[in-house]
Ligand binder design. Sequence first.
Ligand SMILES: Nc1ncnc2c1ncn2[C@@H]1O[C@H](COP(=O)(O)OP(=O)(O)OP(=O)(O)O)[C@@H](O)[C@H]1O
Ligand SMILES: [Mg+2]
Length: 226
Amino acid sequence: MSLAMIAATGLQKTYRDGVLRVDALRGVNLNLPAGALAVIYGPSGGGKSTLLHVLGGIDRVESGTLEVAGVALHTANESAITRFRREKTGFIFQFYNLLPSLNALDNVCLPLLAKGGPLREARWRAQEALEQVGLSERQKHHPAQLSGGEQQRVAIARALVVHPALVLADEPTGDLDSAATQEIIDLIVQLNHTLGITFIIATHNIEIRLIASHLFEMRDGRLSKL
Ligand SMILES: Nc1ncnc2c1ncn2[C@@H]1O[C@H](COP(=O)(O)OP(=O)(O)OP(=O)(O)O)[C@@H](O)[C@H]1O
Ligand SMILES: [Mg+2]
């Protein structure tokens, strides 16, 4: 039996800047079971990043209902959303977003320290997460001493360290060559299978579409299932 990870209806989001208005989400409906590996593709400006931000509690919608990992985000207050974000989700970005002054281990510790956890436990769990992405040997390296693919694996470890229900990845291979892209794809598939983590990936990459359990196209603020 698969439980719902995401139940969304009629999501609307408009960016406003003075007289400028952009309707980035125009009534998005989405249902995903736990354990899905969902891929969203579509043209630039279609609303993929906006949707990921909304699903991850980084941004809010104006209307619609949204339940993610059992949390009703459309009615939750700010502190509940912050807790949701820290405990249930991990984010992976195109350009890794690692802190250059910290080594790999300390970058991976950060989400646990942000929650106020003890340093010893954070270190231990960060080591475990780096093992899961095959980077135990690189703990002491700083981002500048790592390849792009390795930096992305550190970022994946940082997403995994909180034991999230859901990982949102925004163009995770956009900055990588084809060999590193394939390594990241293989890693995502393996983590999805072995840990049962739900992934939602926004991408232009055609290889990533091939691994989707659920495939969507996002265009002009509308999501359609393929
Ligand atoms: N902070 C913002 N303020 C105003 N408009 C925004 C903002 N962020 C995004 N938009 C607009 O919302 C629409 C959707 O953007 P979004 O970044 O979600 O698209 P995308 O599908 O992720 O595109 P890409 O493939 O280029 O990453 C675009 O028209 C964009 O210009
Ligand atoms: Mg985007």
